[in-house]
Design a protein around this ligand. Structure first.
Ligand code: ADP
Ligand code: GLC
Length: 480
């Protein structure tokens, strides 16, 4: 089966979050189920710089107003189709935000162009490769199935994966002519959304199947609290909705081979983690004593509950914990975390920024990772934590709920516990979880058991890739 995946980020070429990890790892995992994937992505400067000897596969003179080419290249085991359109993607700043942190005003055109290029490839425009199915991710590529719906060639099946329903790609009705869709596409059963336009909404209406990245989140987005306005649309598609939990690339994330981890270890040599812990203490300016280091590797946002961390940092220190925080995001949250670090030298260390190697070393050296998300479609850092013996302390929501087994009395007795879950995401909820963690940590035998059990969890793509492959086959049974 041939699949065209369309994604706005793909690890290791460009990453702002978990979407990149998934878009990079899933195609590799799918190979052994007979699925051959090509992944279409924008040619941001970092991507153009990283790729070697690409071949020009397609040329557009006028892709929503700008010229573009599609370049094909193999990069670290992934077959990539780069949409090289300098007018859209050759910019300083990130994939979505300019250097000052504001959305690019033409994001609608930048990602509609990506989606249109995907739909053209689906329609057979690339001379010797036509996919059997198209897989899109989030609002940035959701318009692919909308364009496919209105293309005169027979429509291929499509799957839309929701990684985070909080980002919906909503724009004013005034951009509609710029999308070059037929007038009847401005309709409720398509992209019209309360008089304006919704890219994700259009994808939800036109994709043949909808998946999201954990079974719990699939249930949650049917409710007003988590559906963020789209719960009705999703409910109308419930027969086509699937929750498939993410895996991780267990070759990239392997504590016994990870090149950025100073001291390698496995489930039987957990004591060696202490050397990585010393490096973490140095980097974050923390006392290298016996108090556990709780880490955070996260976007510093409300979704991730980072305001609750800021509000409880003093108490966490008073209770005997240390904090190592890596992330960036909301300026007010960054400010209050930095202020907490200034109040507690040696006990709280904060590094503002994005640091992929440090994120690995932290999982390999810290004692626990705190993930107090208000909602979490899947979450990957708890999976990395499980794999590295960095015990996850997580809010009981979405994929966190599906992947971490709480150390309650029964689970401890049965030796199946892998972490700590808590609810609600409030200061007292989190502090109660920290109290439990410190109590468990005090008995090193129990703590080591938690770490070992976590390291035994299957966090690979194996089972989930098989589910995607089965879904693909159910939609495109012949798979030419
Ligand atoms: P989300 O995609 O919602 O941000 P996920 O848990 O799915 O959440 O994925 C986040 C990914 O980004 C993980 O791979 C995590 O390690 C990484 N990450 C987040 N913040 C940083 C950071 N400051 N430095 C390095 N990696 C980070
Ligand atoms: C989104 C979600 C996160 C998920 C990731 C990959 O960024 O916020 O929970 O793990 O996508 O699917």
């Amino acid at each position: 089966m041939k699949v065209l995946s369309v994604s706005s980020e793909v690890f290791p070429l460009i990453k702002t979050g978990g979407l990149a990890d998934v878009a990079g790892a899933l195609p590799i995992a799918l190979k052994r189920f007979g699925v051959e994937t090509k992944t279409l992505m924008p040619g941001y400067p970092a991507v153009m710089k990283a790729i070697r000897n690409p071949i020009v596969r397609l040329q557009f003179d006028d892709l929503l107003g700008e010229p573009a080419t599609v370049l094909e290249v193999e990069h670290e085991g992934i077959d990539i189709l780069v949409l090289n359109a300098p007018a859209y993607y050759d910019r300083t700043g990130g994939p979505y935000l300019d250097a000052t942190g504001r959305d690019y005003p033409d994001n609608w055109r930048r990602f509609a162009a990506l989606s249109l290029a995907g739909a053209e490839i689906a329609a057979g425009l690339m001379p010797d490769w036509r996919p059997d199915l198209v897989h899109t991710h989030d609002w940035q590529s959701a318009m692919t199935s909308v364009y496919m719906r209105y293309n005169p060639t027979p429509e291929l099946p499509s799957v839309l994966t929701i990684h985070n329903i909080a980002f919906q790609g909503q724009f004013g009705a005034d951009i509609f002519p710029g999308l070059r869709l037929p007038p009847h596409a401005f309709a409720t059963e398509s992209i019209e959304y309360y008089g304006n336009l919704g890219f994700l909404k259009g994808g939800l209406q036109t994709a043949h199947a909808i998946t999201t990245v954990s079974p719990s989140y699939a249930g949650e987005i049917l409710t007003p609290e988590f559906g963020m306005g789209l719960q009705g649309v999703i409910a109308s598609r419930i027969d086509s909705l699937h929750g498939i939990v993410n895996g991780i690339d267990t070759d990239v994330w392997n504590p016994s081979t990870d090149p950025v981890v100073h001291t390698h270890y496995n489930g039987t040599t957990l004591k060696s983690r202490v050397e990585n812990r010393t490096s973490i203490a140095e980097f974050f300016g923390l006392h290298n004593d016996n108090a556990p280091i709780f880490c955070i590797i996260s976007r510093l946002t409300w979704q991730k509950g980072m305001d609750v961390i800021a509000a409880t940092a003093d108490e966490i220190v008073d209770m005997g914990g240390k904090l190592a925080i890596l992330g960036s995001g909301d300026a007010a949250i960054e400010g209050s975390l930095l202020a907490a670090a200034a109040r507690h030298p040696g006990r709280i260390g904060v590094s503002i920024g994005y640091n992929e190697p440090m994120s690995h070393l932290m999982q390999a050296g810290c004692d626990a990772i705190i993930i107090p998300s208000r909602f979490e479609p899947c979450g990957l850092t708890q999976l990395y934590g499980l794999r590295y013996g960095c015990v996850p302390i997580v809010a009981r929501t979405g994929g966190l709920n599906d992947t971490v087994i709480d150390a309650n009395h029964a689970a401890l007795a049965a030796k199946v516990a892998t972490g700590i879950q808590f609810s609600p995401v409030t200061a007292s909820g989190l502090l109660q979880a920290i109290r439990r963690a410190l109590h468990l940590y005090a008995d090193q035998k129990v703590w080591t058991q938690l770490q070992k059990q976590g390291m035994k969890s299957d966090v690979s793509w194996e089972k989930s890739a098989e589910r995607y492959a089965a879904l693909y086959s159910s939609l495109a049974p012949k798979g030419k």
